[in-house]
Unconditional design. Structure first.
Length: 160
């Protein structure tokens, strides 16, 4: 059954059943492989995308639940000032090891900085519920702190 949805600012038409998880629509129908399959039960967070600006686990979200919402994936995260700052800090702090979970973490961290511009460790612990087998969470936190600092300093320079 054809469905039209908004992905990364573009209206796209896909032929998928309403109960098809959004993850498979993104990966298989649209070829957007930056969003990863990890567990299939919405626990690990590798499949995190934004739906109307909020992080969701796309492996457990049926296409029918997307409705008229706007989906944002890792493929366009660099277009968001927070996402870009995080990606740069991720590289500077050499966060990824295997890298498999990183797109989900970056999507979750971008949402965190949108809601909490200067997050504490407790804020990060609460927001980053994704799993990383490599144990790079300390580097992730350092990268988030750096991105938050850069964004905060840049915001201060823009004010009159």
């Amino acid at each position: 059954m054809p469905t039209t949805l908004t992905v990364n600012g573009r209206r796209v038409r896909v032929d998928a059943a309403p109960d098809t998880p959004l993850l498979w629509v993104l990966r298989d129908a649209l070829g957007m492989t930056g969003t990863k399959y990890g567990c299939g039960i919405a626990q690990c967070g590798a499949c995190t995308v934004h739906l109307d600006g909020a992080p969701v686990r796309s492996c457990a979200l049926p296409l029918s639940a997307v409705g008229n919402g706007a989906v944002t994936t890792i493929e366009v995260l660099h277009q968001d000032r927070r996402g870009k700052a995080l990606q740069e800090a991720w590289i500077a702090h050499q966060v990824p090891q295997c890298g498999y979970c990183q797109s989900g973490f970056l999507m979750a961290a971008t949402d965190l900085l949108a809601r909490t511009p200067v997050p504490t460790d407790a804020d990060m612990d609460a927001a980053l519920t994704n799993l990383c087998r490599c144990g790079t969470q300390p580097r992730m936190k350092a990268a988030i702190r750096e991105a938050a600092s850069r964004l905060h300093d840049a915001a201060g320079r823009r004010e009159p």
